[in-house]
Design a protein around this ligand. Sequence first.
Ligand code: PAF
Length: 286
Amino acid sequence: MEIIQDIREMQRRASELRLQGRRIAVVPTMGAFHEGHLALMRMARQRADVVIATLFVNPLQFGPNEDYERYPRDWEGDLHKADSVGVNILFAPAVEAMYPNGYQTYVVVTELSRPLEGAIRPGHFRGVTTVVTKLFHLTCPHVAVFGQKDAQQALIIRRMVRDLNFDIEVLIHPIVREPDGLAMSSRNVYLSAEERAQAPALYRSLRWAEEAIRAGERNPEKVIEGMRRILRREAPLGHIDYVAVCDTETLDELVELRPGREVLVALAVRFGSTRLLDNVLLTVPE
Ligand code: PAF
């Protein structure tokens, strides 16, 4: 596996690969790889000749009181894991190279960045869309792979790609879970043993919502209330940031669940300063 840290070198390499007619897939990441990341890389491997994984803990998407400094980093482990799933190039630029002094250009997807995560982490998605745009320019991919765990991010990136006419196919990989249902996340390592034991309640509440809707519940408020009840009972150490039943395209909160409609049921729960996200996509039965 090739390691590239220099921005110009990455651009030069990407145009060389394009000139050779190679199909490039990019998997943007912030490192600390787990099975979820490796699944994205395997998907990329199947869709392209050259897989570029980017590893960049992007300061722009962290708020002043968030965990940028203590975000997990595992350079050696990451190299080994990326190599083991067939990544060809690991691109890991320095912060000063991505955002040199005087940097002042941002990409914002206005409406979709406002609710859910956007309401709790102002500026977060501006950081994500800005860095993803830069990474797209630097790696010139035909395909880009993201994870469904960050459902709002996935939707925002799709919107941005459409709105800004990036000629890139965006693929979203389903959530990869631990055997007890907890969605894999780099931040899971911060959970204490007690919090870790309670964390699978997030997925149980989502499963309950799926079941309730399948069994005929059509009132989103009742679905949300039932999920909150499960979370309060089974994850008392968690603070619920939000539980929402939304339109899968606009993220508008729904007032009724019409048959045939695609819905996103999403939640965020904080254990201490560790925020966990999870979601399910479903179609309301006829
Ligand atoms: O999902 C992530 O890890 C990050 O938000 C991303 C897409 C790599 C941008 O920094």
